[in-house]
Design a protein around this ligand. Structure first.
Ligand code: ADP
Length: 484
């Protein structure tokens, strides 16, 4: 398989492990190369310093014409070279050669003297260099390896002698090479260890992602109850929390749709049965019966139409993106809604108070909810009774109110009235309705991050309040607090 395709198909665990191996390999190779280059350079510098020192010592001895230790007089270059050879203390890779009149005369017994004697090519080169009359330091390559050589010719006009010193570079570098071999071996072990540790470490690190995958795999429309375990407070647990919150929303939405379908089925069955029953029993020859049945059928169909429209509105208002909040002048909105509400019925309409503020709300949806409350206030109160509509700010909340002096709600009905299709018996006896209005109102306030409050005293009246955050940010902050 081509490597790019293989990499694309590899798991994140494999990819991360290989990346860690590659990075540690590059790091070790780079530092190894740096150690090698610097080690080599310092070794060569050492050799050259040693050779330069030898040359300086020899020249000084030749200049003074006396042995600096014993004070013995040195007569001629050959004696200077010999005196040097006698006293020099050579490291194992160095050898020295005394040359008199162009011929090899003495070879050092210490260091690599024996090797020098057996390397004819090196010997020839040293003799040749001594004949030039110039002092040189250069690298000579022979069959036995590379050598750094120094040749110092001495000439007093009578006699010509020279000192040659050779350093076996290959042997001198052998120690560095073996250190680098050790380094390479430990680098291989380090990379292997890094690979093994990251293979298991990455597996541990990615376990939450694997759990997330398994959990999301097991979720389908029939079972939306599975949730991902959230451990710790890192970014992966934040992801798990976000997935759980998304599942909560999807589950709520699917359940709402399911319940809505059940309600639709249940509510439409009765009028269909009624209409069908009457049509079956109709006496086509009796014009009165035909007219009555027709009226009844139309009436039921109208009711069905209202019901279907109401249910659709509930479904629409429960979708996540139902509201689009924008900064809204609350005092102006209060006045507008009040004007519209007044047309709903002959009541003693009172405006106030009115909040002089700007709130981030969806003005259209809030108007819809507020008017729904006003419609109920009209429906469940006697003509001429007072209805007060107003807005006020309490803390960081905006309160939009409708207050009536109508039939009120019995305490036992208070918890149920906001449910879909629920109606209090006294209300059902007083006015027609579907029991869907408050569900839409509640969906609208919930979508704003607020709540619907109801206070009521039977026979005295009710206060319905839309409680909304002044800015929608408050809701997002609350949600994220529950993450961990
Ligand atoms: P509907 O008004 O069509 O019945 P709603 O969902 O608007 O449906 O209201 C649900 C129930 O809440 C009503 O049937 C009624 O019992 C009660 N209700 C709502 N508003 C008022 C009110 N202002 N006064 C008394 N009862 C109310």
């Amino acid at each position: 398989m081509n490597p790019a395709a293989a990499l694309r198909r590899a798991t994140i665990r494999t990819r991360l492990t290989w990346t860690i191996i590659a990075v540690s390999l590059i790091a070790l190779l780079t530092s190894g190369a740096a150690v090698w280059v610097l080690g080599l350079r310092s070794l060569r510098d050492d050799v050259d310093t040693r050779l330069a020192l030898t040359r300086a010592e020899l020249r000084q001895m030749a200049g003074s014409g006396a042995d600096p230790v014993t004070g013995r007089a040195l007569t001629g270059p050959a004696q200077v070279v010999l005196a040097h050879l006698e006293r020099s203390n050579l490291p194992p890779f160095d050898s020295e050669l005394g040359i008199v009149d162009g011929r090899a005369r003495w070879v050092s017994a210490q260091g690599a003297g024996a090797a020098l004697r057996s390397d004819a090519a090196l010997m020839d080169r040293l003799l040749a260099l001594s004949r030039t009359g110039e002092s040189v330091i250069e690298t000579v390559e022979t069959a036995s390896g590379r050598h750094r050589v120094l040749v110092v010719p001495l000439n007093d006009g009578v006699q010509r002698a020279a000192l040659a010193r050779a350093v076996d570079l290959d042997a001198a570098e052998a120690e560095l090479r073996s250190t680098m071999g050790l380094y390479a071996a430990s680098a291989v072990v380090t990379v292997a260890l890094a690979g093994a540790l990251s293979w298991f470490g990455v597996e541990r690190l990615l376990r939450p992602i694997e759990e997330l995958r398994r959990a999301t795999d097991s979720i389908d429309e029939r079972d939306l109850t599975t949730r991902v375990a959230v451990r710790g407070r890192d970014d992966l647990s934040a992801l798990a929390g976000a997935v759980n919150r998304m599942l909560d929303r999807v589950q709520r939405s699917v359940e709402t749709q399911r319940e809505l379908l059940d309600d639709v089925g249940h509510e439409l069955r009765t009028p269909i049965t009624v209409v069908r029953g009457h049509l079956e029993l109709i006496d086509a020859d009796d014009p009165d019966d035909v007219r009555q049945t027709r009226e009844l059928a139309l009436d039921e169909l109208d009711r069905m139409g209202t019901l279907v429209a109401g249910l659709l509105e509930v479904a629409r208002s429960s979708s996540i993106d139902f509201v689009s909040p924008a900064p809204t002048d609350v005092a102006a909105l209060t006045a507008q809604v009040f004007d519209k509400a007044r047309a709903l019925g002959p009541r003693d309409w009172v405006l106030g108070p009115s909040a002089e503020t700007t709130a981030v709300i969806d003005a259209t949806r809030i108007t819809e909810a507020w008017l729904e409350l006003a419609t109920n206030a009209v429906k469940y109160s006697p003509p001429g009774s007072p209805i007060r509509l107003g807005s006020l700010v309490a803390g960081d909340e905006l309160l939009l109110r409708v207050e009536d002096r109508g039939i009120g709600i019995a305490p036992q009905d208070l918890p149920t009235i906001r449910r879909r299709l629920a109606r209090a018996p006294q209300a059902a006896a007083l006015a027609p309705g579907t029991g869907l209005g408050l569900s839409v109102v509640e969906n609208i306030v919930t979508a704003h991050g607020g709540a619907l409050d109801v206070e009521s005293v039977p026979g005295r009246g009710s206060i319905f309040t839309l409680r909304l955050p002044l800015t929608p940010g408050a809701r997002a902050a609350n949600e994220s607090e529950g993450v961990s």
